[in-house]
Write a protein that binds this ligand. Sequence first.
Ligand SMILES: [Zn+2]
Ligand SMILES: [Zn+2]
Length: 254
Amino acid sequence: MKIKILGCSGNFVGKHRTTAFLINDSFLIDAGTVTEAISRRGLKKIKQILISHTHIDHVKGLFPLVDELVMMGDYSIELISVPQILEIITKNLLNNLIWPDFTVIPSASKAVIRPRGIPMEELTGLGQVSVKPVLMTHTVYTVGFVVREGERGFMFTSDTGPTKRFWEVASEEKEIEFIMADVSFPDRLADLATISGHMTPSMLMEHIDRYDLGSRFFYVTHIKPVFAREILEEIKASGRRNIGILRQGETLVV
Ligand SMILES: [Zn+2]
Ligand SMILES: [Zn+2]
Protein backbone atom coordinates (compact mmCIF):
# COMPACT_ATOMS: atom_id res chain seq x y z
CA MET A 1 0.00 0.00 0.00
CA LYS A 2 1.36 3.38 -1.07
CA ILE A 3 0.26 6.32 1.06
CA LYS A 4 0.96 9.80 -0.31
CA ILE A 5 0.67 12.57 2.27
CA LEU A 6 -1.01 15.43 0.41
CA GLY A 7 -1.44 17.41 3.59
CA CYS A 8 -1.07 16.80 7.34
CA SER A 9 -1.13 20.23 9.00
CA GLY A 10 -3.53 21.50 11.62
CA ASN A 11 -4.23 24.60 9.54
CA PHE A 12 -3.96 25.77 5.94
CA VAL A 13 -1.58 28.67 6.02
CA GLY A 14 1.38 29.43 3.77
CA LYS A 15 2.70 26.18 2.30
CA HIS A 16 0.97 24.10 4.94
CA ARG A 17 -1.90 21.96 3.69
CA THR A 18 -4.51 20.07 5.69
CA THR A 19 -5.26 16.39 6.10
CA ALA A 20 -5.51 14.18 3.04
CA PHE A 21 -3.77 10.85 2.44
CA LEU A 22 -3.91 9.33 -1.05
CA ILE A 23 -3.70 5.53 -1.07
CA ASN A 24 -2.63 3.70 -4.22
CA ASP A 25 -3.60 6.80 -6.27
CA SER A 26 -7.31 6.03 -6.03
CA PHE A 27 -8.47 6.04 -2.40
CA LEU A 28 -8.40 9.26 -0.42
CA ILE A 29 -8.55 9.47 3.36
CA ASP A 30 -9.97 12.88 4.22
CA ALA A 31 -10.14 15.67 1.69
CA GLY A 32 -8.39 18.64 3.25
CA THR A 33 -6.12 18.95 0.20
CA VAL A 34 -7.08 17.69 -3.24
CA THR A 35 -7.11 19.84 -6.39
CA GLU A 36 -4.12 21.96 -5.33
CA ALA A 37 -1.93 18.86 -4.96
CA ILE A 38 -3.08 16.44 -7.69
CA SER A 39 -2.94 16.87 -11.47
CA ARG A 40 -6.13 16.66 -13.53
CA ARG A 41 -5.07 13.19 -14.67
CA GLY A 42 -4.58 12.20 -11.06
CA LEU A 43 -7.98 13.53 -10.03
CA LYS A 44 -9.66 11.18 -12.52
CA LYS A 45 -8.08 8.21 -10.72
CA ILE A 46 -9.74 9.01 -7.38
CA LYS A 47 -12.62 6.58 -6.95
CA GLN A 48 -13.32 6.66 -3.21
CA ILE A 49 -13.03 9.24 -0.45
CA LEU A 50 -13.20 8.21 3.18
CA ILE A 51 -14.13 11.01 5.59
CA SER A 52 -13.18 11.05 9.29
CA HIS A 53 -15.27 14.07 10.29
CA THR A 54 -16.83 17.20 8.88
CA HIS A 55 -14.47 19.93 10.04
CA ILE A 56 -13.56 22.14 7.09
CA ASP A 57 -9.84 21.30 7.20
CA HIS A 58 -10.79 17.68 6.42
CA VAL A 59 -13.45 18.21 3.76
CA LYS A 60 -12.77 21.46 1.89
CA GLY A 61 -11.01 19.75 -1.03
CA LEU A 62 -14.12 17.75 -1.78
CA PHE A 63 -15.95 20.75 -3.21
CA PRO A 64 -13.53 21.85 -5.95
CA LEU A 65 -12.89 18.15 -6.73
CA VAL A 66 -16.51 17.31 -7.52
CA ASP A 67 -16.91 20.55 -9.46
CA GLU A 68 -13.88 19.55 -11.58
CA LEU A 69 -15.11 15.97 -12.07
CA VAL A 70 -18.53 17.13 -13.25
CA MET A 71 -16.91 19.38 -15.84
CA MET A 72 -14.61 16.60 -17.05
CA GLY A 73 -17.59 14.38 -17.83
CA ASP A 74 -18.51 10.92 -16.80
CA TYR A 75 -16.80 10.58 -13.39
CA SER A 76 -18.11 9.77 -9.98
CA ILE A 77 -16.72 9.06 -6.55
CA GLU A 78 -17.92 7.09 -3.56
CA LEU A 79 -18.07 9.26 -0.45
CA ILE A 80 -17.55 6.87 2.43
CA SER A 81 -18.01 7.20 6.18
CA VAL A 82 -20.27 6.10 8.98
CA PRO A 83 -23.88 7.22 8.30
CA GLN A 84 -23.80 9.95 11.01
CA ILE A 85 -21.00 11.79 9.24
CA LEU A 86 -22.49 11.40 5.76
CA GLU A 87 -25.69 12.92 7.07
CA ILE A 88 -23.87 15.99 8.42
CA ILE A 89 -22.28 16.49 4.98
CA THR A 90 -25.48 16.17 2.98
CA LYS A 91 -27.54 18.29 5.37
CA ASN A 92 -25.04 21.06 6.04
CA LEU A 93 -22.59 21.25 3.14
CA LEU A 94 -24.11 19.73 -0.01
CA ASN A 95 -27.40 21.47 0.77
CA ASN A 96 -27.63 23.84 -2.23
CA LEU A 97 -26.71 26.72 0.09
CA ILE A 98 -23.06 26.10 0.94
CA TRP A 99 -22.43 24.01 -2.21
CA PRO A 100 -24.67 22.35 -4.83
CA ASP A 101 -26.10 18.94 -4.00
CA PHE A 102 -23.70 16.84 -6.04
CA THR A 103 -25.47 13.65 -4.93
CA VAL A 104 -28.03 14.44 -7.65
CA ILE A 105 -25.80 16.31 -10.14
CA PRO A 106 -25.66 15.96 -13.11
CA SER A 107 -28.58 13.57 -12.49
CA ALA A 108 -29.76 11.31 -9.68
CA SER A 109 -28.71 8.18 -11.57
CA LYS A 110 -25.32 9.55 -12.68
CA ALA A 111 -24.48 11.65 -9.63
CA VAL A 112 -20.85 12.64 -9.16
CA ILE A 113 -21.04 11.83 -5.41
CA ARG A 114 -22.40 8.47 -4.31
CA PRO A 115 -22.57 8.33 -0.49
CA ARG A 116 -21.77 4.94 1.05
CA GLY A 117 -22.28 4.28 4.75
CA ILE A 118 -20.05 1.76 6.50
CA PRO A 119 -20.58 0.27 9.97
CA MET A 120 -18.68 1.33 13.07
CA GLU A 121 -15.99 -1.07 14.32
CA GLU A 122 -16.39 -3.53 11.48
CA LEU A 123 -13.78 -4.15 8.83
CA THR A 124 -15.41 -3.33 5.48
CA GLY A 125 -13.74 -4.23 2.18
CA LEU A 126 -13.65 -1.23 -0.15
CA GLY A 127 -11.85 -2.55 -3.21
CA GLN A 128 -8.12 -2.72 -2.55
CA VAL A 129 -8.32 -1.61 1.08
CA SER A 130 -10.41 -2.55 4.09
CA VAL A 131 -11.42 0.00 6.69
CA LYS A 132 -12.62 -0.20 10.28
CA PRO A 133 -13.96 3.07 11.80
CA VAL A 134 -13.56 3.69 15.53
CA LEU A 135 -15.31 6.50 17.44
CA MET A 136 -12.94 9.23 18.65
CA THR A 137 -13.20 12.05 21.20
CA HIS A 138 -13.38 15.34 19.30
CA THR A 139 -15.70 18.37 19.28
CA VAL A 140 -17.83 16.87 16.49
CA TYR A 141 -18.73 13.30 15.59
CA THR A 142 -15.39 11.85 14.45
CA VAL A 143 -14.03 8.44 13.56
CA GLY A 144 -10.46 7.21 13.38
CA PHE A 145 -9.59 4.24 11.20
CA VAL A 146 -7.80 0.95 10.90
CA VAL A 147 -6.79 0.79 7.21
CA ARG A 148 -5.59 -2.49 5.76
CA GLU A 149 -4.51 -4.03 2.51
CA GLY A 150 -4.36 -7.74 3.21
CA GLU A 151 -2.61 -8.21 6.55
CA ARG A 152 -0.64 -4.99 6.34
CA GLY A 153 -1.95 -1.63 7.36
CA PHE A 154 -1.91 1.36 9.65
CA MET A 155 -4.17 3.31 12.00
CA PHE A 156 -5.12 6.97 11.96
CA THR A 157 -6.65 8.82 14.92
CA SER A 158 -7.93 11.71 12.80
CA ASP A 159 -8.64 14.58 15.22
CA THR A 160 -8.94 13.47 18.81
CA GLY A 161 -8.32 14.42 22.39
CA PRO A 162 -7.59 11.81 25.03
CA THR A 163 -9.74 8.78 24.21
CA LYS A 164 -10.04 5.09 25.09
CA ARG A 165 -11.56 2.83 22.48
CA PHE A 166 -9.12 3.68 19.67
CA TRP A 167 -6.15 2.75 21.86
CA GLU A 168 -7.80 -0.52 22.93
CA VAL A 169 -8.29 -1.38 19.26
CA ALA A 170 -4.67 -0.37 18.58
CA SER A 171 -3.40 -2.82 21.16
CA GLU A 172 -5.47 -5.60 19.52
CA GLU A 173 -4.21 -4.74 16.01
CA LYS A 174 -0.83 -6.43 16.24
CA GLU A 175 -0.07 -6.44 12.50
CA ILE A 176 -0.34 -2.74 11.72
CA GLU A 177 2.85 -0.91 10.73
CA PHE A 178 2.28 2.46 12.39
CA ILE A 179 -0.25 4.81 13.95
CA MET A 180 -0.79 8.38 12.76
CA ALA A 181 -1.81 10.43 15.81
CA ASP A 182 -3.13 13.96 16.26
CA VAL A 183 -0.70 16.17 18.18
CA SER A 184 -1.87 19.72 17.48
CA PHE A 185 -0.56 21.67 20.45
CA PRO A 186 2.56 21.84 22.65
CA ASP A 187 2.37 20.67 26.27
CA ARG A 188 1.94 24.18 27.72
CA LEU A 189 -1.41 24.38 25.88
CA ALA A 190 -2.81 21.14 27.32
CA ASP A 191 -6.03 22.89 28.37
CA LEU A 192 -6.65 24.25 24.89
CA ALA A 193 -5.85 20.82 23.42
CA THR A 194 -8.41 19.18 25.69
CA ILE A 195 -11.27 21.61 25.03
CA SER A 196 -10.64 21.59 21.27
CA GLY A 197 -10.38 17.79 21.13
CA HIS A 198 -6.70 17.39 20.26
CA MET A 199 -3.55 16.09 21.96
CA THR A 200 -0.14 17.37 23.04
CA PRO A 201 3.07 15.28 22.88
CA SER A 202 2.72 14.27 26.57
CA MET A 203 -0.89 13.18 26.08
CA LEU A 204 0.15 10.92 23.20
CA MET A 205 3.01 9.48 25.25
CA GLU A 206 0.69 8.80 28.19
CA HIS A 207 -1.57 6.78 25.88
CA ILE A 208 1.37 4.90 24.39
CA ASP A 209 2.41 3.87 27.91
CA ARG A 210 -1.08 3.19 29.27
CA TYR A 211 -1.98 0.87 26.40
CA ASP A 212 1.45 -0.75 26.22
CA LEU A 213 2.12 0.42 22.66
CA GLY A 214 5.81 1.18 23.12
CA SER A 215 6.84 -1.28 20.41
CA ARG A 216 4.73 0.51 17.75
CA PHE A 217 5.79 3.40 15.55
CA PHE A 218 3.87 6.67 15.66
CA TYR A 219 3.66 9.52 13.19
CA VAL A 220 2.56 12.80 14.71
CA THR A 221 0.11 14.63 12.46
CA HIS A 222 -2.17 17.71 12.49
CA ILE A 223 0.50 19.96 14.07
CA LYS A 224 -0.62 23.60 14.16
CA PRO A 225 2.09 25.25 11.99
CA VAL A 226 2.68 28.03 14.51
CA PHE A 227 3.71 25.44 17.13
CA ALA A 228 5.69 23.14 14.83
CA ARG A 229 9.12 23.91 16.27
CA GLU A 230 7.95 23.70 19.87
CA ILE A 231 6.23 20.35 19.35
CA LEU A 232 9.28 19.00 17.55
CA GLU A 233 11.52 20.03 20.46
CA GLU A 234 9.21 18.35 22.98
CA ILE A 235 9.22 15.08 21.05
CA LYS A 236 12.99 15.22 20.64
CA ALA A 237 13.45 15.96 24.35
CA SER A 238 11.39 12.88 25.27
CA GLY A 239 14.12 10.69 23.75
CA ARG A 240 11.50 8.35 22.29
CA ARG A 241 12.68 6.88 19.04
CA ASN A 242 9.30 5.44 18.05
CA ILE A 243 7.70 8.85 17.40
CA GLY A 244 8.27 10.61 14.09
CA ILE A 245 6.70 13.57 12.35
CA LEU A 246 4.47 13.03 9.33
CA ARG A 247 5.70 15.18 6.42
CA GLN A 248 3.60 16.77 3.69
CA GLY A 249 4.59 15.41 0.27
CA GLU A 250 6.17 12.18 1.50
CA THR A 251 5.02 8.73 0.43
CA LEU A 252 4.87 5.90 2.95
CA VAL A 253 4.80 2.28 1.89
CA VAL A 254 3.41 -0.53 4.04
ZN1 LIG B 1 -11.47 18.45 13.65
ZN1 LIG C 1 -8.54 18.90 11.79
